[in-house]
Design a protein around this ligand. Structure first.
Ligand SMILES: O=C(CO)[C@H](O)[C@H](O)COP(=O)(O)O
Ligand SMILES: [Fe+2]
Length: 224
């Protein structure tokens, strides 16, 4: 099982994005939150910024699309350099077709669930995906408190992945910190997004290492 830490650039200084991306080189992926002020009540960045970020760092980009109509926009993020594209199932018109298109274009296909969206209706879609994202806050903002009530959903999702013998990754995003990452890892997550816990630290690279060690300790699993 992979064990990965993905710093979220949402909590970085947007006037120095290239430097902030370089500050966490050594992390597995750079998590990029795309918000459109429709699917979520916040506006962040779009295709041109993703393209520039891709040129500024060696770290592959994990694009989390919190936007309406991801069916239309996801391909553009792959062309801009995203190595992994996550769409929200609540926003996608045709999740299976979209996942297949993302894979066909050479990126990892990932699907996200808001806190109130259950995993069970999507069990049969899992083989179409490279990653499933269980949101542990309501999407839209960094720095929110981790929702403990999501731990059973993380556990149930891990059970479904294992039941089907899939190699796909299970990502958690929202409120992941030194205080919460062990519980996420014990519940079966293997990819951890952390925004404020990384960029709010004096040394973001050290914060990534510290989170990795806690997750490894919780699972007895060496990371990548
Ligand atoms: O998708 C997100 C919010 O919608 C962010 O990735 C997430 O909130 C990261 O920030 P933090 O670790 O501070 O919670
Ligand atoms: Fe995110």
């Amino acid at each position: 099982m992979a064990l990965q830490i993905n710093p979220s650039i949402l909590s970085a200084d947007f006037s120095r994005l290239a430097d902030e991306a370089k500050a966490v080189e050594g992390a597995d992926w750079l998590h990029v939150d795309v918000m459109d002020n429709h699917f979520v009540p916040n506006l962040t960045l779009g295709v041109p910024v993703v393209e520039s970020l891709g040129k500024a760092t060696e770290t592959p980009l994990d694009c989390h699309l919190m936007i309406d109509d991801p069916d239309r926009w996801a391909p553009q993020y792959i062309e801009a350099g995203a190595g992994s594209v996550t769409f929200h199932v609540e926003a996608a018109a045709a999740p299976v077709r979209l996942a297949r298109e993302i894979r066909a274009k050479g990126a990892r296909a990932s699907m996200a669930l808001k806190p109130a969206t259950p995993i069970e209706p999507y069990e049969d879609l899992l083989p179409e995906l490279d990653m499933l994202l269980v949101m542990t806050v309501e999407p839209g903002f960094g720095g929110q408190a981790f929702l403990d009530i999501m731990l059973p959903k993380i556990r149930r999702t891990r059970q479904l992945i294992d039941k089907h013998g899939l190699q796909m990754w299970l990502q958690v995003d929202g409120g992941v910190s030194a205080a919460t990452i062990e519980r996420c890892a014990e519940a079966g997550a293997d990819v951890f997004v952390a925004g404020s816990a990384v960029y709010g630290a004096d040394d973001p690279a050290k914060a990534v290492q510290a989170l990795r060690q806690l997750a490894e300790k919780a699972t007895g699993t060496p990371g990548t």
